[in-house]
Design a protein around this ligand. Structure first.
Ligand SMILES: NC(=O)c1ccc[n+]([C@@H]2O[C@H](COP(=O)([O-])OP(=O)(O)OC[C@H]3O[C@@H](n4cnc5c(N)ncnc54)[C@H](OP(=O)(O)O)[C@@H]3O)[C@@H](O)[C@H]2O)c1
Length: 290
């Protein structure tokens, strides 16, 4: 997905509203401007964030942002039907019928106050998804200019093979970090590299700051010494570790703290020694590679 993220870091909005920082409109606009000042111009949204409220808040705040001519890119996700005040249903489920996809996109466009999504992701794989229906629906959405690119999120390699029988997948947004190593070993990232699918990593800091196990302390110990060596902060070491993988991984940063964002932006200039990359990997697994 070369078009969407030329900034190598994406700003995740999941915790900007009622699921986290509860930014006021002014605070949200200011945070967006801070992202732009750090050359982060891609924003990761989803219909369900904040119980279907964060996209509206984002859209209102975006109108007050001075983008200085920068091209702002917006990702949104559809498919999760989530019981909350805005959606009084009695069960969480997934809906990838044509009607559900189209109406979710139209609601997101209205809430975000934009004419087009730069990227639409299917938020989670569903046992009931039909690649044929999804392909036809995405074609209609592309032809009408409502979305520019299409991708998936949390899909396994075999689920992507299934989708690719009918539709090209340009991105898979997955949980991937030093404490979530599965995509490196279960074939997901290999599949992305083989098929030129862009990898976006959600929760890129993993559990390092909120976990309390030996694993997190081992990682933090190594991070501390590498932070001194590379003259960046621990959070930036965790991001640099992802950026130094050959798959061109794109971390989706969830911080709502301007200082933390500034710190992590510095990861982009770090060329990490291979040995240091493995020091962190080994701290995470707790055992030497075979
Ligand atoms: N596709 C999906 O299914 C999916 C699922 C989950 C998330 N996402 C996307 O991924 C984005 C990021 O996810 P995330 O928020 O879980 O991941 P994250 O970026 O790994 O974690 C953010 C958390 O780390 C904290 N943090 C950052 N630097 C810190 C430091 N130096 N010390 C202590 N804490 C620190 C932040 O607190 P501060 O705010 O205080 O910095 C924040 O609570 C979301 O916003 C969303 O866009 C997608």
């Amino acid at each position: 997905m070369k078009e969407i993220s030329n900034s190598s870091l994406i700003a995740g909005t999941m915790k900007w509203g009622s699921w986290g920082a509860k930014f006021s409109k002014t605070e949200m606009s200011r945070f967006m401007e801070h992202c732009l000042s750090l050359e982060m111009n891609t924003f990761d949204c989803a219909a369900i964030y904040g119980g279907y409220t964060t996209e509206s808040e984002f859209g209102a705040a975006l109108r007050d942002v001075n983008a200085n001519g920068l091209d702002i890119q917006i990702i949104s996700k559809c498919g999760i039907e989530y019981p909350c005040d805005q959606r009084p249903i009695d069960l969480k489920y997934y809906d990838y019928t044509a009607e559900a996809i189209v109406s979710s996109v139209e609601r997101s466009l209205n809430r975000l106050q934009v004419n087009s999504l730069d990227l639409l992701l299917l938020h989670r794989p569903s046992p009931l998804m039909s690649p044929e229906v999804i392909s036809e629906t995405v074609d209609v959405l592309k032809q009408s200019g409502k979305i520019k690119q299409f991708g998936v999120s949390n899909f396994s390699a075999s689920q992507m093979v299934l989708m690719q029988t009918k539709i090209e997948v340009s991105v898979n947004q997955i949980e991937c970090s030093l404490t979530q190593l599965a995509p490196f070993t279960d074939g997901t990232i290999d599949f992305h590299m083989t098929n030129d699918i862009a990898t976006q990593c959600w929760s890129p800091l993993g559990s390092v700051f909120h976990g309390t196990s030996e694993r997190e302390s081992r990682i933090l110990d190594v991070c501390d010494s590498l932070a001194k060596k590379y003259e960046i902060t621990t959070n930036a070491i965790l991001i640099a570790w992802l950026l130094n993988h050959p798959a061109n991984l794109t971390p989706v940063l969830g911080t709502t703290n301007e200082l933390h964002l500034t710190e992590m932006a510095k990861a982009r200039s770090v060329v990490m020694d291979q040995l240091d990359w493995f020091r962190l990997y080994t701290a995470s697994t707790g055992v030497n590679v075979p």
